[in-house]
Design a protein around this ligand. Structure first.
Ligand code: GLC
Length: 425
């Protein structure tokens, strides 16, 4: 499906003649085009305005891409396969630099990012940008799965935040009142977010997808128990929102903001939206804790986040680099965490007294990051993810049993030569 969509999009892009957009504005400024996801709250536009004020000869146009990571991936691939030079800088998900680097779409950045600056980045964030001896993007902001909970409701009932999935089920059963208030909200639609959620269930129960030496280990007893837990939350205990199987970040967040969820598994960047959005009914009522774990494992969170990549096809690499350099600087990262709760990839920002005073939750998120693990760093990640999404989704929707789903995923991934064991961290 993805490949057909991709091929059609490439044909359209080629027919459209690739890039015909002017790279100079009417007032003579060089125009840098920056592809990024939706800018909730105009947070990114504020930083762009600051950059433009510092660089009067550059204008930055931001192209807002679809919210779902996979859809964005396919749109980027469409531009890049067509060698489009109209986009200079791409905000890329942490799982893509290895793939985009191997495809020749990313400009290697180790010659531009001074080596003595590398140590300032969180190890995991920089590692996600590196493969084949190159740095393909600069870490911009980091995410890791966290569990938000309605502190007001738990406090009133005398409950502590749950540590395990069993405890979460018990709490949901005590507090939920569907359809006005659901227990658990997450992202279980068939897309990349489902893989992030699924990995937290299996890692949190001692399981994994690939072993450290690259063997496919999807079909394991720990994973079976974890996938069974997901299915039970929805079907047996009925503590999830009924449409969790078609929810992405925005749907689950909107429900939680409307006051319709006790627990929400989300990313830290949604914190500012929860607190500041006029649509939020839960500002000041939300606590932050780790994603629960299963009986055979310990806390685990999927590492997410976004990095800035310089397109190999950019015709304004110096200006594009100036923009990347500014957007990933300590200064900008401090502004972004304060305004938008975009968690910094630069370690020193976590100790910045101004940041800690204005947003003490940063320390809480930083603590949750301790349990964060990377999705496999391999040029084939998107294919592995596609297979997991399809198989896990069938189990959640009751179209197959968890055992059959995992057997299928194991054989799907194993039967594609090269998928497992390439370039693992
Ligand atoms: C968030 C994460 C990203 C992840 C995506 C999945 O945007 O930052 O890494 O792939 O969610 O939906």
């Amino acid at each position: 499906m993805r490949r057909i969509a991709l091929a059609a999009a490439v044909i359209l892009a080629t027919m459209a003649g690739g890039c015909t957009l002017s790279a100079r504005s009417d007032d003579g400024r060089t125009v840098i085009r920056f592809a990024n996801g939706p800018d909730h709250g105009n947070f990114i536009h504020h930083r762009i305005a600051e950059f433009e004020a510092l660089h009067p000869d550059i204008r930055v146009d931001m192209l807002e891409m679809p919210a779902a990571s996979d859809t964005e991936h396919n749109q980027y691939a469409t531009y890049l396969i067509a060698e489009d030079s109209s986009i200079d800088v791409y905000a890329v998900d942490v799982i893509w630099p290895a793939e985009f680097g191997a495809a020749g779409w990313a400009e290697p950045l180790e010659g531009r990012l001074p080596q003595d600056d590398w140590k300032h980045f969180l190890n995991g964030a920089l590692a996600a940008c590196q493969s084949d001896g190159h740095i393909w993007a600069v870490p911009w902001y980091v995410n890791a799965g966290v569990l938000y909970y309605r502190k007001d409701l738990l406090d009133r009932a005398g409950l502590q935040p749950p540590q395990t999935w069993d405890e979460l089920v018990t709490d949901c059963q005590k507090l939920q009142q569907p359809p006005d208030l659901y227990g658990y909200l997450g992202q279980w639609k068939q897309y990349e977010g489902l893989v992030c959620n699924f990995l937290e269930f299996i890692w949190g129960n001692g399981g994994d997808v690939l072993s450290p030496d690259g063997r496919v280990v999807v079909d394991s007893a720990q994973n079976l128990e974890a996938l069974q837990t997901m299915c039970d939350l929805r079907n047996k205990y009925q503590v999830t929102a009924p449409d969790i199987n078609i929810s992405q970040e925005d749907e689950s967040l909107n429900l939680f903001m409307a006051g319709k969820g006790v627990f929400l598994r989300e990313w830290p960047y949604t914190w500012a939206i929860l607190q500041k959005s006029p649509a939020s009914h839960v500002a000041g009522k939300v606590g932050i804790t780790r994603v629960p774990h299963g009986p055979h494992g310990s806390w685990a969170a999927s590492t997410g986040g976004w990095n800035l990549m310089l397109s190999h096809y950019s015709q304004h690499k110096a200006q594009a680099w100036a923009f990347i350099d500014f957007m990933t600087s300590t200064h900008t990262q401090a502004e972004m965490v304060l305004e938008a709760a975009f968690m910094p990839t630069r370690e020193p920002v976590y100790g910045d007294p101004r940041v800690l005073a204005a947003m003490p939750e940063v320390a809480k998120f930083h603590e949750c990051f301790e349990w964060a693990r990377p999705r496999p760093v391999t040029p084939y990640y998107s294919q592995i993810s596609d297979m997991l999404q399809a198989d896990v989704s069938r189990a959640i929707n009751g179209q197959t049993t968890p055992a059959q789903a995992l057997r299928q995923a194991q054989s799907d991934i194993e039967s594609r030569p090269g998928l497992a064991r390439h370039d693992l961290p």
